[in-house]
Design a protein around this ligand. Structure first.
Ligand code: DX5
Ligand code: ZN
Length: 224
C-alpha cells in the first residue's frame, strides 16, 4: 500500500502572496491548482499564465484540477506547461479516453474527475486509461464547503474495481477534507487527499499537512 498523498489547494491561499504561501506547504506531495472558467462551475480563478508562474516558483510538483468546459481543447496546454498531473471533468469531456492518452503522451499523469452526482460506472472498465480518478466530495466551484459522505460508496466501488485488476490508479478526494473527514475517505479507499481550508486556514500549514497525513495513514492501515 502506498503512503497517503496530501495535496493542498491554493484556492484557499492568499492569491496576492502566492510565493510566500507556496513556501508554507513544503511538506506537500503536490500543489493542487484549481482552474475554473465561470462556465463549468460558477466561479472564476486563473488560467495557464498563473499555472506557469506557480510551476516556476514551486519546488513541489503541480496537480492541476480543471473545472472548465471543453477540456479536450485546453487540457493538453496545461500538461505542456509541465504540470505533473492534469485532471479534467468527465462531464465536460467529449473524448475522455483520447484526451487522457494525449495527456500521458505529453508526459503528465492523466486524471479524470466526477462530480457528486455523476456515476463512477463508466470508469470501472477504463481504470487503465487513467493515472488518477478524482471523486469530488463537494460540488465543485468553491472551497470551504462540507464533505458529502454520500459520495463514499462510489469511492469504495472504484477501490474494489482497482484492487480486482491490480490497478495502480490513484484515488483522490477533494472538498471538505479535514481532521474530521479524512479518515472516512481513507477507509473508503482514497489514497490522495486535496485539502484547501484545512491546510491554509491552519496557523502552521506544514503541521496541518503532517497531521492529515498521519490520520489518513492510520485509516488506510486498517482498510480491509
Ligand atoms: C472545489 C475545489 C477544491 C477546493 C477544496 O471546487 O476543487 O480543490 O479548493 O477546498 P476545501 O478543502 O476548503 O473544501
Ligand atoms: Zn480541486
Amino acid at each position: 500500500m502506498s503512503a497517503p498523498r496530501i495535496n493542498p489547494s491554493i484556492l484557499a491561499a492568499d492569491f496576492v502572496n502566492m510565493q510566500a504561501e507556496l513556501g508554507r506547504i513544503s511538506g506537500a506531495d503536490f500543489v493542487h491548482v484549481d482552474v475554473m472558467d465561470n462556465h463549468f462551475v460558477p466561479n472564476l480563478t486563473f488560467g495557464p499564465q498563473m499555472v506557469e508562474r506557480v510551476q516556476a516558483t514551486s519546488p513541489v510538483p503541480l496537480d492541476v484540477h480543471l473545472m472548465i468546459d471543453d477540456p479536450d481543447r485546453w487540457a493538453p496546454g496545461y500538461a505542456e506547461l509541465g504540470a505533473a498531473s492534469v485532471t479534467f471533468h468527465l462531464e465536460a469531456a467529449a473524448e475522455p479516453v483520447a484526451l487522457a492518452r494525449r495527456l500521458r503522451q505529453i508526459g503528465a499523469r492523466a486524471g479524470v474527475a466526477i462530480k457528486p452526482g455523476t456515476s463512477e460506472e463508466p470508469l470501472l472498465e477504463l481504470l487503465h486509461e487513467f493515472d488518477q480518478i478524482l471523486v469530488m466530495t463537494v460540488e465543485p466551484g468553491f472551497g470551504g464547503q462540507s464533505f458529502m459522505p454520500e459520495t463514499m460508496p462510489k469511492l469504495a466501488r472504484l477501490a474494489d474495481a482497482a484492487r480486482r485488476v491490480d490497478s495502480a490508479v490513484w484515488l483522490q478526494v477533494d472538498g471538505g477534507i479535514a481532521r474530521g473527514t479524512i479518515e472516512q475517505a481513507a477507509s473508503a479507499g482514497a489514497d490522495t487527499f486535496v485539502a484547501g481550508s484545512a491546510v491554509f486556514g491552519a496557523e502552521d500549514p506544514d503541521a496541518a499537512i503532517a497531521g492529515l497525513r498521519a490520520q489518513a495513514a492510520g485509516a488506510m492501515a486498517h482498510r480491509h
